[in-house]
Design a protein around this ligand. Sequence first.
Ligand code: ATP
Length: 378
Amino acid sequence: MASVEIKDVQKHYGGFHALNDINLSIEEGEFVVMVGPSGCGKSTLLKAIAGLETVTSGKLLIKGRDVTKLEPGDRGIAMVFQSYALYPHMTVGENMGFGLRMARRPKAEIDAAVARAAKILRLEEQLKKRPKQLSGGQRQRVAIGRAITRSPDVFLFDEPLSNLDAALRTQMRVELSALHAELGSTMIYVTHDQVEAMTMASRIVVLNRGRIEQVGAPLELYNNPANLFVAGFLGAPRMNFVTGKVVEIQGRSARIACASGLGVAFDDLAEPAAVGDVVTVGIRPESLRIDGEGSAFTFRGRVRFTEYLGRETIVYLDAGDLVTTGSDSGTGVFTAQIGEIRPFPTNASVSIGFDPGHAYLFAADGRTISSAKPAISL
Ligand code: ATP
């Protein structure tokens, strides 16, 4: 039996369609991360599962039970918010036991649940303190502890790490993954941070404008995005997109011509294309080579600026007449990611290449018609 089932869910705010035909089945013990840009509907969907927001139509089931019309407290869920939402006048221990006290559970049971959560979250030394005496990361752990003590069927997380600094976010990511492994509970996690999605999820749900664009394991989505939106959303720096035209078709093979003499051949189109079709070629920054030996499809570019990140170099390149869209730094700019530190003087003219097996092809409506072949499949 699925842990959570979302069936044909729609949500309207007046004339605005915030959730459009959402269908999703989440298995027991999955860590599902919902990602998407601001306003895509991810918080609305999480709140609908929690019962903090009604749905206009459709059904929500938790462990096979229809909870669509139930109050949040009757759904078997516990939610962790970005703002922690701790009671300042209560100690850490009292905060963590609050849900059980409200449910009038016996004191011995509450104490045991708090002690267990404190051990899991390494908060044993902090139980007598008040929230203001804790760091941001410790406060978020208390909020998670409050959820754990209630032994919910499903944990819901709404951007829980957004208020933490970068180092703490990384640490908490690892802790949350370890917590999931230890508890084995179903977790649904909302974030706009694709790194959190890639690192923690057993499955990612990519949302855009109230619709699900694609659902799948992180590397499955990274390697085989269903469309241009998913391809552009997952991956930092973003995939480079170049406008081109189909100039030759032979069976399932196509040759694409872009500006500046750049031509790219694809030999495994998933669906037919016709000569004259306008298409988009996608190349991830890590697939580009600069002054690359052995790389096919070489074109010329000029170094605009370079970022040295310690173990890799990000190079922003002006690429002549090539029409690029949606890249990190705007039209006409290519981003290359080199896995070592190499100096690239500003304004230097360089040759840029890539292995054609690492390119993607998208139809005019954004659907993927050819995917790159990943170097490594897990
Ligand atoms: P963010 O990352 O910015 O929080 P989100 O993906 O979580 O974005 P939601 O909060 O789910 O987005 O909102 C989805 C859309 O619904 C937005 O366009 C928002 O303006 C709209 N919306 C949300 N709540 C309401 C409301 N109570 N009344 C009207 N519109 C709303």
